[in-house]
Write a protein that binds this ligand. Structure first.
Ligand code: AMP
Ligand code: ZN
Ligand code: ZN
Length: 401
């Protein structure tokens, strides 16, 4: 009996080792607000090389709302924002009145807001050391919910320093070296808002990111593991032109009705006093022009945006290019924005990937950002969480057989 048990254990150990193979390395790079078609402007020779050496999708569909925090979390959790909990860049818990805001360090580090499991948490639990050179959610104060290595977000940190930091991690002794690393650049978002997606400023931003792509690959080529690294480039959403002439002041419409208003621009959260819910909805419905107004329960199914307790009773979504504003936001002179219907092609981002696990010179249609989490689990051969919205079947074909 003992002998049989020993034999079984030996066979089990042997198959486990044979199946495991060398542990992959994946760098997940995000270019904030890099619209899908920026790749087609003829100014990105380094990204073009990745297209030739790897996989490129026509676009990457974000989740609603097409904002930074909701989508970075969708990418790493495989869940829609209403399920992973980061439903906007800022929102309120109506029960405790606590506010989540991306500029509030205490809030972004507080685990109470994050309902999904980011890939680094899944990975670490299964023996894959992870690191993050910036990513929304990577600073959670609970140690087991964040990567082994991370950095406190600093908008102005030079881009080369970020890449050098990643390379340092990859040069650590094997036992300490991370296998999954995130990296983030805000450049195209920084220029896209003030100048708009078709501006020379955005083209300069695109060129800088392309230069940094070359810089990253040159540095990677100096490491010993260069042939084992997969690099995935994504963006959280795109960008569309907005202007002063296409603004609707919601406060002018609801006038004296007291409401809690949150967010503005592409959408607005509206919480009227309980007794005034129908009145406010009816006023907004009567004036519905260049926006759509919904009761929370009636938000169309395709947004996957109605089953989180912090979504307000009324949500207004502006038509593409229009802005819903309050008195406070009326002086905002941006020429570009995002956050609109995630099915609008202007809201789509990029997906490019190259490395040992990916097909070469393989072009495909639109991919969905919620499918990246199961893809990462497949690459690392680890178990995904089963409560996700993403689906490996929609993306697995981009991997080598
Ligand atoms: P938005 O365009 O409003 O969706 O948000 C973009 C902004 O998010 C950028 O300007 C960044 O400064 C900010 N941001 C991106 N990542 C982080 C992070 N990890 N922590 C705090 N802020 C971030
Ligand atoms: Zn963004
Ligand atoms: Zn932005």
């Amino acid at each position: 009996m003992k002998k049989t048990l020993l034999m079984f254990s030996l066979i089990f150990a042997l198959t486990a080792t044979l199946n495991a193979g060398p542990k992959p390395y994946v760098i997940l790079v995000s270019f904030d607000a890099f619209r899908w078609d920026y790749l087609n402007r003829g100014i990105t020779p380094n990204l073009e090389k990745i297209r030739e050496n790897g996989v490129s999708a026509i676009s990457l569909r974000p989740s609603f709302p097409s904002k930074t925090f909701p989508n970075h979390l969708s990418i790493v959790t495989g869940m829609y924002p209403a399920h992973h909990g980061i439903i906007a860049n800022s929102f309120q818990d109506p029960f405790t009145k606590k506010i989540y805001r991306l500029s509030d360090t205490n809030a972004v580090r507080n685990g109470r807001w994050y309902l999904g499991e980011p890939f680094w948490e899944t990975a670490e639990r299964q023996g894959v050391i992870s690191a993050s050179y910036f990513w929304p959610g990577s600073e959670i104060s609970i140690p087991y919910r964040r990567p082994t290595y991370n950095q406190a977000y600093e908008h102005a940190r030079p881009y080369e320093t970020r890449i050098d930091g990643v390379i340092e991690w990859l040069n650590l002794p094997y036992e300490k070296r991370p296998h999954f690393i995130t990296l983030y650049f805000s450049e195209t978002d920084d220029e896209g808002h003030p100048f708009g997606p078709d501006s020379p400023e955005v083209n300069e931003a695109i060129k800088r990111l392309d230069y940094l792509t070359g810089y990253l690959f040159n540095k990677l080529n100096e490491t010993q593991i260069r042939d084992s690294v997969d690099v995935i480039f994504v963006s959280d959403h795109g960008m569309t032109k907005i202007d002063k002439e296409r603004r609707i002041n919601i406060e002018n419409i609801i006038r004296d009705e007291k409401c809690r208003l949150a967010e503005s621009g592409p959408f607005m959260f509206i919480e009227p006093e309980k007794s005034k819910l129908e009145t406010v909805y009816n006023i907004l419905k009567k004036n519905e022009d260049h926006y759509k107004v919904y009761y929370k329960k009636d938000i169309p199914e395709y947004y996957h945006f109605n089953d989180h307790p912090f979504i307000t009773s009324i949500v207004v979504i502006a038509d593409l290019g229009w802005s819903v504003i309050t008195n406070r936001k009326s002086e905002w002179d941006a020429l570009g924005d995002h956050g609109f219907d995630n099915h609008q092609i202007d809201m789509h981002g990029i997906f490019l990937a190259a490395g040992p696990h990916f097909r070469k010179n393989y072009r495909t249609g639109t991919l969905w950002n919620i499918d990246i989490y199961p893809l990462l689990c497949k690459i690392f051969d680890i178990y995904p969480r089963t409560n996700i919205d993403g689906n490996l079947d929609r993306i697995e074909f981009i991997l080598k057989n």
